[in-house]
Design a protein around this ligand. Structure first.
Ligand code: SAH
Length: 215
């Protein structure tokens, strides 16, 4: 690793700590996943800058702070099975895979699903399964999930997802109008119903219905 890259990675970890990420397991996972492999080569120089970046199909890889924050709020334990809706580059799934037993992630673009699957395999993330499909419906065949994370903004809470959340499970999703300011919402399944907590304002690409017609 060239000296400036290791410096950038130290800066990256420092920024996460300064912004309030305190969970050591989450910090270790963020430190371990090589973000440069999840972005386009032309952005390689800023792989460790705390910013979102464009990926294929007009989508984005999230800002590292938001990835770390959502992961921390999700309180993932080593025995957990996690569902992610919105694979994108596979970066968030890779971070989760270092903390969970198993990650199932769904993407509506074939191009993104295929490249994320190949990338995760090459990098050795064997406990992640990438599915092509419409994440609004989750994946009932593998439900229930201990944790669910949605990484695209929904205008309302998709009922199929909360139905697939285990008792005691936690789900995090950005909620709000497409293109506007959304809020991260944390839902907990108490067994008797869902409790809801509002976290921070965020901006995500929209959660759209159906498998994408384009590649
Ligand atoms: N978690 C990703 C970033 C996600 S960007 C990463 O770490 O890189 C949001 C992704 O959600 C996009 O790739 C978009 O195509 C996908 N998406 C939007 N609506 C979806 C749906 N209904 N089902 C599955 N994926 C969806």
């Amino acid at each position: 690793m060239p000296a400036d890259e290791s410096e950038q990675r130290m800066e990256f970890m420092l920024t996460l700590r300064q912004r309030g990420i305190g969970d050591q397991a989450v910090l270790r996972a963020m430190d371990a996943v090589p973000r440069e492999h999840f972005i386009e080569a032309r952005f390689a120089d800023s792989a460790y800058a705390d910013q979102a970046m464009p990926i294929a199909c007009g989508q984005t890889i999230s800002q590292p702070y938001v990835v770390a924050y959502m992961t921390e709020q999700l309180q993932v334990r080593p025995n957990h099975r996690v569902l992610e809706v919105g694979t994108g580059s596979g970066y968030q799934a890779a971070v989760l895979s270092r903390l969970a037993r198993e990650v199932v992630t769904i993407e509506r673009y074939r191009t993104l699903a295929n490249s994320a699957r190949a990338r995760l395999k090459t990098l050795g993330y064997t406990n992640v399964e990438v599915l092509l499909g419409d994440g609004f419906g989750g994946e009932p065949l593998r439900a229930p999930y201990d944790r669910i994370i949605v990484t695209a903004a929904a205008e309302s809470i998709p009922p199929a997802l909360t139905a697939q959340l285990a008792d005691g499970g936690i789900m995090i999703l950005p909620l709000g109008p497409h293109g506007g300011t959304q809020e991260l919402v944390k839902l907990t399944n108490t067994g008797q119903g869902l409790t809801r907590e509002t976290l921070i304002p965020v901006r995500f690409v929209p959660l759209l219905p159906g498998q994408a017609k384009e590649l």
